[in-house]
Ligand binder design. Structure first.
Ligand SMILES: Cc1cc2nc3c(=O)[nH]c(=O)nc-3n(C[C@H](O)[C@H](O)[C@H](O)COP(=O)(O)O)c2cc1C
Length: 133
């Protein structure tokens, strides 16, 4: 399994991760769950009307953290908007529950992928392991 596949699998199995953005000098963090590996990139989903989207437009630097089974992961990098309709549709197909609120053709649905990402796998017992993608 490739590094990015391992990162995807961890986040997918964890179900929930916490996404941090910056607003000026203030960190902002909230729970997220959408995660997709598509065309070799790791995507998340949100709505363009949300504060999180506006923060990422102003400053794409972001970090996510998830904990599962005694292990945790941090992924730091930039989250880049992708208006590709196929990517949005793939995200909605993976998360059918979103289709009640979002569609690939609305003006709100947004997918973003990690660029210049550094992921660190940690646990209480093993040395941290860092991968980049
Ligand atoms: C378990 C869980 C998973 C969530 N997943 C997402 C998600 O993937 N995308 C999203 O936009 N909001 C998701 N939300 C809702 C956001 O946390 C919520 O809209 C938050 O207020 C967005 O941050 P903001 O207010 O800074 O814009 C999720 C909420 C919970 C409780």
């Amino acid at each position: 399994m490739s590094d990015i596949e391992r990162v995807f699998q961890f986040l997918d199995e964890a179900k929930t991760y916490y996404l941090a953005t910056v607003e000026g000098d203030q960190p902002r963090v909230r729970p997220f769950g959408t995660i997709l590996l598509y065309n070799g990139k790791l995507y998340i989903q949100t709505g363009k009307i949300k504060e999180v989207s506006k923060q990422l437009a102003a400053n794409p630097k972001a970090e996510i953290c998830a904990f599962n089974g005694g292990k945790w992961i941090r992924v730091a990098g930039e989250l880049i908007n992708d208006d590709d309709r196929e990517a949005k549709q793939a995200m909605l197909d993976k998360n059918p529950g979103l289709k009640a609120m979002y569609s690939a053709d609305d003006d709100n649905t947004q997918v973003l992928y990690f660029k210049n990402a550094t992921a660190t796998f940690s646990s209480f017992t093993d040395a941290p392991e860092t991968v980049e993608f």
